[in-house]
Design a binder for this molecule. Structure first.
Ligand SMILES: [Fe+2]
Length: 357
């Protein structure tokens, strides 16, 4: 039965892969992905591309020397970052035609390639900022034409508790542009707005709206900096990335304490959370199964309501200004909005303890 309908007009099944552009496959960025437990599963020697995967997460790292290749154009404009979001679709020809009919700008027309593994069909539209959005239909046993399967990757260090999929990926856009990009995802992809939040701290502020497909296979929070403060973290990202881009990618795990323990032992750097944050957890409106000591040891943040909670934490920036989030959901579908205020309160409490406030 077809999945194409009014709430999923392009027939999107999943995020097929994200492409990261870089200038060399010898950079620290590739080591970062190994540190996070990814391993090489396919490679394309001529285009200097490697597919690193973990669970259902696929990242293509491309250092294509061809200046006319989109990934290199993106790199020259923005430095390292996500240059393409590729969506696995039921019917690539339909997705492209429908997207264009709904107002998308066609960037690469449909290509059909026959191979021993089956038929590949793909094409691209202009995504948000300078990103490409690809629609792909492909045989599941193989990744892409010209890519060769890698049977053994000597650099691979899989996590004991691996990440399973991309929970969400967050876009940062300039002040005043959130509405425009929310409309882009609504109009072209048929996504719906599921959450809105306006977070104001003393030093940071942001507005955010979440768009997603009803089947939850693609969830995109879109942030813009708040007017009141031009030094917000969103503005800092926009300055470093020289424009809008993917701010963070949330990697889902079924056991965050185990995944993070492994990452910490490999030296992955996470945001430091003050101990006052953990003192306040029992006062917040949800109950947590894990001990507060364990949460503090793993530097995990928690947010929820009376129906459930999520555990999450954030790495330092690892690919240009892009960082990663690790997330485990326990019947809670938020994004940790409560943590902005909780972190702010925790830092203030800490300042008071030190007699600063
Ligand atoms: Fe997030």
């Amino acid at each position: 039965m077809s999945i194409i309908n009014a709430t999923n007009p392009l027939g999107i099944l999943a995020i097929d892969h994200l492409e990261f552009c870089t200038d060399s496959l010898q950079t620290k960025t590739l080591d970062t992905f190994y540190q996070f437990g990814f391993e090489k599963s396919f490679e394309h020697l001529e285009s200097h591309s490697e597919l690193l995967s973990q669970g259902q997460i696929r990242f293509v790292i491309t250092a294509n020397p061809d200046k006319n290749h989109h990934s290199q154009k993106y790199f020259n404009l923005h430095g390292e970052g996500v240059s393409k979001i590729s969506f696995l679709v039921e019917n690539a020809e339909h997705a492209l035609l429908e997207a264009v009919k709904r107002g998308a700008h066609l960037m690469e027309p449909l290509k059909i390639i026959e191979s021993e593994f089956g038929t590949y069909k793909y094409g691209c539209i202009q995504g948000f900022g300078d990103l490409l959005n690809e629609f792909v239909e492909r045989p599941m046993a193989h990744f892409r034409p010209q890519f060769k399967k890698v049977d053994y990757d000597p650099k691979a260090k899989p996590l004991k508790q691996r990440f399973s999929r991309i929970d969400h990926l967050t876009n940062n856009v300039a002040k005043g542009e959130m509405r425009k990009w929310v409309d882009f995802y609504k109009q072209i992809f048929g996504m719906q707005v599921t959450r809105y939040f306006d977070i104001k701290g003393q030093k940071t502020g942001l507005e955010s709206e979440v768009v997603q497909l009803p089947n939850g296979c693609v969830i995109i929070p879109i942030n813009e900096p708040s007017e009141s403060n031009s030094k917000s973290q969103i503005q800092e990202f926009l300055d470093l990335h020289k424009g809008p881009g993917v701010q963070h990618i949330a990697l889902m795990t079924a056991d965050i304490t185990a995944s993070v323990e492994d990452l910490q032992s490999r030296g992955v750097k996470f945001l430091n959370i003050p101990s006052t944050y953990y003192e306040n957890i029992p006062k917040r409106p949800f109950s947590v199964e894990e001990s507060i000591d364990l949460l503090e040891k793993r530097q995990l943040l928690v947010d929820g309501d009376n129906e459930g909670y999520l555990l999450q934490n954030f790495t330092e920036a690892y690919v240009g200004p892009l960082f990663f989030e690790t997330i485990q959901r326990k019947n809670h579908w938020g994004f940790g909005e409560g943590n902005f205020q909780a972190l702010f309160d925790a830092i203030e409490l800490d300042q008071m303890k030190r007699g600063y406030l």
